[in-house]
Design a binder for this molecule. Structure first.
Ligand SMILES: *[C@@H]1O[C@H](CO)[C@@H](O)[C@H](O)[C@H]1NC(C)=O
Ligand SMILES: *[C@@H]1O[C@H](CO)[C@@H](O)[C@H](O)[C@H]1NC(C)=O
Ligand SMILES: *[C@@H]1O[C@H](CO)[C@@H](O)[C@H](O)[C@H]1NC(C)=O
Ligand SMILES: *[C@@H]1O[C@H](CO)[C@@H](O)[C@H](O)[C@H]1NC(C)=O
Ligand SMILES: *[C@@H]1O[C@H](CO)[C@@H](O)[C@H](O)[C@H]1NC(C)=O
Ligand SMILES: *[C@@H]1O[C@H](CO)[C@@H](O)[C@H](O)[C@H]1NC(C)=O
Ligand SMILES: *[C@@H]1O[C@H](CO)[C@@H](O)[C@H](O)[C@H]1NC(C)=O
Length: 922
């Protein structure tokens, strides 16, 4: 349909811009005074040379608009006239809209004042008398609308309109189609006479258009013609389009109309809503000689179409029979439509309470060998047989969506067999109450590329046989099937060419828990929708081999467990198989974790949607492979911190970020980087940044916008922070060192000495070990303890074990000192019998011990044994003997037992200590 209404369109254009106008700019004064208007417009809105002054209750054209405006909309105001002088400030005006006012008269000066005027809309006013002089200067006018006035034409009012292409005089209750008595309007292309009151088209009514060779469209909607004089369309034989919608004329007059049209170039005929209940085999006879290509008969409540009704329309390409009430299509109904390409029977065959289910006879469509598109949407037909669609040898598209055909409930290999001869590409069975698809149901449809099965009740396990024979299929849509479709590993083995597969809200909860994966054969799959299935169990191999998969929709499932680190056997990294994904949607899955490896390798991912989950703290680097990300959605999660470790990579190239409604923690640590990023970014759009991004913690910022966060406070702290860390480390190290020195200085010194000795080669442990010793131990004790030594140590002496006791073994001819030194040298071990007395014995402490220690260090011998007869404090020990318990191996520190029965054990220990190697092993 080409019902053009360019006049009003051009005039109303600027108003469209106003519809969403919430905050608008306006130039009010001549010095382009700018103001921000509130919701309700109270002044004209000017943009790009167009002034919109509609709906302002104005009673005159505002004098202070920019002088150079080209379009002025004064519609819906209170004008009663358009005095030419009121428009004289705007001589460049091309378009003037004064519709919906109360204008009673067109002023002849108007077109003089506006010599460039091209369109004038005076619709919905009260113009009554229209005379020649009113428009005598409107020679450049291209469009004129005078719709909905009370026009009474006097003389030849349109005679001056040499350039006029569009004339609308509809809704004026004109009593004749004759707008003039001699030829005029040479440029007219479209004439609208809708809602006129005349009932007769006289032979010479259109004679005034005798020279209007370009007239193409005539609108006679709702004109209740009763008489058509022969030859009435002759003056306008170039007519292409006739619109008769809503005109209440019977079948007979239509038949007459068609005969009259036979002399025209009629191409499009619209006969909608004309209460045309019956078509007879002669209704369109008159159109036999025309080249009519489009006939619209929709909304006629048509119940009966006689066989052969369309036989005259051999050029018809499009037939629209939508919204009718056809009871019966027979072999003869569509006879003769030899060129038909498109047939719409949308809601044309319907079942009502009072009528029976319509019938489509076998072979009804056989005459339509050129038909490419058949629309049977929302129809109700008793049966589809093996021959219903026979003969549709060019059919490419069949739409039976939302229809009720009992034969579609269970589709078998016979149901659609009549389409086997059609090169069908698209079959739409959406909403047709299918419950079961038997093996081989589509096997005849070898050229089918698109199969739509959404919104059905399919309840079965897809074994793969259902899709047998669909060798060219690229898309199968099976969403919204009440979650009763079950899959098997072979479900799609017969459709390896599939590119699009939608199974949203269709699968049973166990449908995907299969090995091997049902999608395994679909190497060309690019789009997979598994959303809204509540599925919790899938396997890691689900997407294996889907190297071409670009879009994956998994929202509204139950995948939270699969990505938990605590999942038995580790997280299920099911995206491994689909490394070329562009878009991944996993919203509303209850996810609270994203494993480190889950999004690995998705270098091409453009869009990632994880909204409405429970994500809180995200691990670093989980998004690091998403280098191509453009759209990231994370709204409505529990994210508190947005840190660069996680988000720097995915956000580096983003064009859209949606992350609102998260409980952000507005502290320097959690949010500083993000706020800085948001402030800096000029390439990423972040919708609702001001109102939807709120801080949750700390209390200071609670419910404030994220952008209110003071980044400055963090920047000031940065150097202090580093300083703080450094000084802390220094203090800790000092403390440790001090403590170490305080409590272990001696130990350090001791080993330092030994190490130095060893390095400087004062002694060689190996050599030392092999040295011949005379004694096994040199015993140092206080005089008071001599009796203990006598009693306890002497008995241990035998052939293998000899002690050197100070008094007994002084070497003749040597001073006491020299003799001590010599004896120590000859002893493997030096044994101190430690008591308080020993420590007080100045001789012992000052010399013996010192020398013994000297010897130990010099030889780097671990040769000291301490036998404690009393409990002596370590501190005193170190003061007098420069030794501590901790310096010696535990077995070289012995305590004289209190209990007698342990004495043998003590002796045993002592012998072991004496036998220990002297080499330092620590
Ligand atoms: C109209 O004139 C003003 C200056 O008076 C100029 O700024 C503006 O661009 C002009 N508009 C058009 C559509 O020519
Ligand atoms: C129209 O139908 C009638 C019977 O209903 C038949 O007699 C007549 O031949 C048909 N006319 C044409 C042109 O098919
Ligand atoms: C249709 O299916 C039945 C079994 O359900 C089978 O016997 C018959 O051969 C099939 N027909 C065709 C044309 O495949
Ligand atoms: C399917 O299309 C091919 C060309 O693409 C054509 O040769 C073949 O005849 C068509 N099949 C049917 C059943 O029309
Ligand atoms: C997959 O697509 C490629 C390229 O479009 C095509 O050559 C190939 O035949 C397709 N594979 C299958 C199994 O249809
Ligand atoms: C955003 O950046 C501007 C300078 O580009 C700066 O003046 C402003 O303080 C910044 N705001 C925040 C919240 O960082
Ligand atoms: C964004 O800002 C940067 C500097 O901050 C500038 O180089 C770049 O051209 C800007 N891009 C756009 C699209 O404005």
């Amino acid at each position: 349909m080409q019902r053009r209404d360019l006049v009003s369109e051009a005039m109303c254009g600027p108003r469209v811009l106003l519809l969403p106008a919430a905050i608008i700019l306006c130039y009010l004064m001549t010095d382009s005074y700018r103001c921000v208007a509130a919701q309700k417009k109270n002044s004209c809105y000017v943009q790009d040379g167009r002034a919109d002054c509609s709906r302002l209750s104005l009673s005159a054209v505002p004098p202070n608009l920019p002088w150079n405006i080209t379009s002025l909309d004064m519609s819906h105001n209170r004008l009663v006239a358009i005095p030419p002088h009121s428009l004289s400030p705007y001589p460049g005006l091309l378009h003037l809209n004064v519709s919906y006012n109360s204008i009673t008269k067109l002023d002849q000066g108007l077109c003089q004042t506006l010599p460039l005027l091209q369109t004038l809309n005076v619709g919905h006013n009260e113009v009554h008398m229209l005379e020649q002089k009113d428009m005598s200067h409107c020679t450049s006018l291209i469009g004129l609308s005078m719709a909905s006035n009370r026009l009474k034409l006097k003389g030849e009012p349109f005679v001056a309109l040499q350039s006029l292409k569009f004339l609308d005089v509809s809704k004026n209750n004109l009593l004749s189609a004759k707008l003039g008595s001699h030829p005029q309007l040479p440029s007219l292309e479209e004439l609208n006479l809708a809602f006129s009151s005349f009932a007769t088209l006289k032979k010479d009514d259109f004679a005034f258009l005798n020279h209007s060779s370009s007239l193409q469209v005539l609108n006679l909607s709702s004109v209740s013609l009763k008489t058509l004089e022969p030859g009435c369309f002759k003056p306008i034989s170039g007519l292409h389009t006739l619109i008769m919608d809503g005109s209440n004329i019977g079948t007979l007059i239509i038949s007459k109309l068609c005969s009259e049209l036979s002399v025209t170039a009629i191409d499009v005929l619209s006969l909608q809503k004309m209460k045309l209940v019956t078509l007879t085999n002669t209704t369109f006879t008159g159109l036999q000689t025309t080249n009519l290509t489009l006939l619209d008969l929709s909304g006629n409540g048509m119940g009966k179409i006689e066989e052969g009704s369309f036989q005259w329309l051999s050029s018809l390409q499009t037939l629209i029979l939508a919204d009718n009430n056809i009871k019966h299509l027979t072999k003869g109904t569509l006879k003769g439509l030899k060129s038909l390409k498109k047939l719409s029977l949308r809601k044309a065959l319907v079942k009502s309470k009072t009528s029976s289910t319509p019938i489509i006879d076998d072979f009804s469509f056989q005459p339509l060998s050129t038909l490419e598109s058949l629309n049977l949407q929302r129809t109700s037909v008793r049966d589809i047989t093996e021959h219903t669609f026979t003969g549709l040898t060019s059919l490419k598209e069949l739409d039976m969506s939302w229809s009720s055909y009992t034969s579609l409930k269970v589709i078998t290999n016979k149901t659609l067999i009549s389409l086997a001869g059609s090169p069908l590409r698209t079959l739409n069975l959406t909403g047709t109450a299918i419950v079961n698809i038997n093996p081989g149901s589509f096997s005849g449809l070898r050229n089918l590329t698109k199969l739509l099965l959404d919104f059905n009740f399919i309840k079965q396990i897809l074994t793969g046989k259902e899709f047998e024979g669909l060798g060219q299929i690229q898309e199968i849509h099976m969403s919204n099937n009440h979650q009763t479709v079950n899959l098997s590993s072979t479900s799609f083995v017969n459709v390896p060419s599939l590119r699009v597969l939608t199974l949203g809200k269709s699968l049973t909860v166990t449908a995907l828990n299969l090995n091997p994966s049902p999608f395994r054969p679909l190497t060309n799959l690019t789009f997979l929708d598994l959303s809204n299935n509540n599925i919790a169990n899938i396997r890691e191999n689900l997407l294996d081999g889907l190297v071409n998969l670009k879009v994956l929709k998994l929202q509204h499932n139950n995948f939270a467990r699969l990505w938990k680190s605590a999942n038995l056997g580790g997280p299920v990294l099911f995206l491994k198989g689909a490394q070329n994904l562009l878009s991944l949607q996993m919203d509303s899955n209850g996810l609270d974790e994203i494993p480190k490896e889950a999004l690995r390798g998705l270098n091409n991912l453009h869009e990632l949607s994880l909204a409405n989950n429970l994500l809180n703290s995200l691990k670093g680097q989980i998004f690091d492979d998403l280098i191509s990300l453009r759209i990231l959605r994370l709204q409505k999660n529990l994210i508190t911190a947005v840190r660069p470790e996680v988000f720097e990579t995915p956000m580096s190239n983003l064009s859209v970020l949606v992350m609102d409604k998260n409980p952000f923690d507005c502290t320097c640590e959690s949010i500083l980087w993000f706020v800085t990023w948001l402030n800096k970014t000029n390439t990423t759009s972040v919708p609702g940044l001001r109102d939807q991004y709120k801080c949750n913690t700390p209390l200071l910022y609670f419910n404030h916008s994220l952008m209110d966060f003071e980044t400055l406070s963090c920047k000031d702290m940065a150097p202090f922070h580093a300083l703080y860390i450094m000084s802390s480390i220094a203090v800790i190290m000092l403390t440790v060192a001090a403590l170490l020195v305080r409590f272990h200085g001696w130990r350090i010194l001791f080993y330092w000495n030994i190490t130095i000795n060893r390095i400087l080669g004062f002694s060689d442990a190996k050599v030392e070990e092999g040295r011949e010793f005379e004694y096994d131990a040199y015993v140092i004790h206080a005089e008071e303890d001599a009796s203990w030594v006598e009693k306890r140590m002497a008995p241990l002496e035998n052939d293998k074990c000899k002690f050197c006791l100070e008094d007994e073994h002084s070497i003749p001819g040597m001073s006491q000192l020299e003799s001590i030194v010599e004896n120590m040298r000859k002893s493997r071990k030096i044994l101190f019998v430690v008591t308080e007395k020993l420590l007080q014995d100045p001789w012992c402490t000052r010399f013996t011990a010192h020398h013994a220690l000297h010897q130990v260090i010099e030889d780097s011998r671990d040769s000291v044994i301490l036998v404690f007869l009393q409990d002596v404090h370590d501190y005193k020990l170190s003061r007098s003997l420069f030794l501590r318990r901790g310096m010696l191996r535990p077995c070289c520190v012995l305590d004289w037992p209190v209990h007698k029965e342990r004495v043998p054990a003590f002796q045993q220990k002592l012998l072991i200590a004496l036998g220990m190697t002297n080499r330092l092993e620590r």
